[in-house]
Ligand binder design. Structure first.
Ligand code: BG6
Length: 475
């Protein structure tokens, strides 16, 4: 990237900035991706000087490359709810413009808990910060807004209306970093660039789809944020939806921003909502034991740390193919996978030779060890005919000697270059919120009974029953 810019990070001392944004910016700096002149301004409540802010990033600040990078960091103390900090920000940004002798591009990154978004947007508007450097040059301004985008369908629509009053659509970047994951992007290449998968990617060949979003860790230092949202809003409304879309979408007309977003939006719209009255049967809601003792979690909290549900997509391609999805904290391992389980045909010829319970399974591993695995049935070596499953696999690391670009690096690269393809459009968000909001409503209506599960297990037993009752098993 050649032209100078300034990125204001609201919530700069928080978890997201500390663990995702700054490391990604540092990597891009090391790879010479950033221009010679750039300014990162941290905006937060704490009283810090520029130098203190530069030293605020723990281990990251100890890295040898940090010292050159951190010369580009500045700090503006500000309470999101008071004008004063924003006025200080204006002065700071103007001084950068003055130094550069031009209006430089301004990125406003909202990396705060979502309840602050509206307030920050109000001040960006009333102080005219959103206008760019005072000459109505808003084309040089972009706003980046993190998930969760709202709390439900209604609040998401309200937030979107507010955003679009202040910014034009081309200036708005609604982040879901899963869209930046290498393997998720590869799903498109995998499905549509290889001629051999599309013909079987439909209800005639697929028995069912499983998606697992498992994390070993609990809420750690993010208790306050997480307790206010729960796992359904935290990863269900966004990351899971993107995984589902990657399985269900049709081939876009072209590989361009609008065509791709059209197809993503279309498939999310065609997910059959689980109606509130069906929620008790189709959705499992869990909380890990002792979650309520975690730091910053409200005593007696009713927030879920696990969710599992079953649903269908109503499309010509996949109608009738059940999708089983589970997401949880404090699971036995870190694993984000999509598994396409194909119909079993082994018994037609090999019934007596030990057909495995499940035949071909295509597993797309988003993490760890990003890659694609195909389980096939093979003859076991030996003089007798017996069958066994074997794995064919591709991992990024083995094939390309690299893990690829980290998701937040990709997110930032696209923001800097103005490419919105891997960012949500508001219609995609509205459809996913519609689905999630009906589940939330179902929980509200039935008192949202929580099932407590033991940390290190795959969630409450009801999650097993959800799939067992259809004669299937979690992989
Ligand atoms: C974030 C969620 O969006 O994604 C976290 O808020 C979750 O709760 C994280 O841990 C998972 O992202 P990744 O890239 O580590 O899979």
């Amino acid at each position: 990237m050649q032209s100078a810019f300034v990125m204001v990070i609201f919530g700069a001392t928080g978890d997201l900035s500390q663990n995702r944004l700054m490391p990604a910016l540092l990597t891009l700096f090391n790879q010479n991706f950033l221009p010679k002149d750039f300014y990162i301004v941290g905006f937060s409540r704490r009283e810090l000087s520029d130098d203190e802010f530069r030293e605020h990033f723990g281990e990251l600040s100890q890295k040898p490359e940090w010292s050159d990078f951190s010369k580009h960091l500045y700090y503006q103390k500000g309470d999101f709810t008071k004008e004063q900090g924003y006025l200080g920000l204006i002065k700071k940004l103007n001084s950068f413009d003055k130094k550069m002798g031009a209006c430089i591009t301004r990125f406003f990154y909202l990396a705060t808990p979502p309840e602050n978004y509206e307030m920050i947007l109000n001040f960006l508007s009333s102080t005219e910060l959103a206008e760019g450097c005072g000459q109505g040059s808003n084309k040089w301004t972009r706003v980046i807004i993190e998930k969760p985008f709202g709390k439900d369908l209604e609040t998401a629509i309200t937030l979107d209306k507010k955003l679009s009053k202040i910014f034009e659509e081309k200036q708005i970047f609604r982040v879901d970093h899963y869209l930046g994951k290498e393997t998720l992007q590869n799903m498109l290449a995998f499905r549509f660039a290889n001629g051999i998968f599309e013909p079987v990617w439909n209800k005639n060949f697929i028995d069912h789809v499983q998606i697992t979003f498992a994390e070993k860790k609990g809420v750690e230092a993010r208790g306050k944020f997480f307790d206010g949202v729960g796992i359904l809003r935290d990863v269900g409304q966004n990351h899971l939806m993107q995984l589902i879309a990657a399985v269900g979408m049709e081939m876009p007309k072209s590989f361009t921003k609008e065509d791709l977003r059209d197809e993503r939006a279309r498939v999310i719209r065609s997910i059959k909502c689980i109606e509130p009255k069906e929620v008790a049967k189709e959705v499992v809601r869990g909380q890990y034991q002792d979650y309520i003792k975690e730091k910053d979690v409200l005593p007696g909290s009713n927030t879920e740390t696990f969710v599992a549900f079953k649903f269908n997509i109503e499309s010509e391609r996949l109608s009738g193919v059940p999708f089983y999805v589970r997401a949880g904290k404090k699971m036995p391992k870190d694993e984000v996978t999509i598994s396409i389980v194909f119909l079993q045909t082994c018994h037609i010829l090999f019934k007596e030779y030990g057909c495995p319970e499940m035949g071909n399974v295509l597993t797309i591993k988003i993490q760890p060890d990003e890659g694609i695995y195909l389980r096939v049935i093979a003859k076991k070596p030996g003089s007798k005919l017996a069958l066994e499953t074997a794995d064919m696999h591709f991992t990024y690391e083995e094939s390309f000697m690299t893990k690829g670009t980290e998701a937040y690096e990709k997110v930032l690269i696209d923001i800097f270059s103005g490419d919105q393809m891997l960012f949500n459009r508001s219609d995609e968000l509205a459809s996913s919120w519609e689905f999630i909001t009906k589940i939330l409503k179902g929980w509200e209506e039935d008192g949202s009974k929580l099932k407590i599960y033991t940390p290190g297990t795959w969630g409450p037993k009801e999650a097993q029953e959800l799939i067992d009752r259809d004669g299937r098993k979690w992989l």
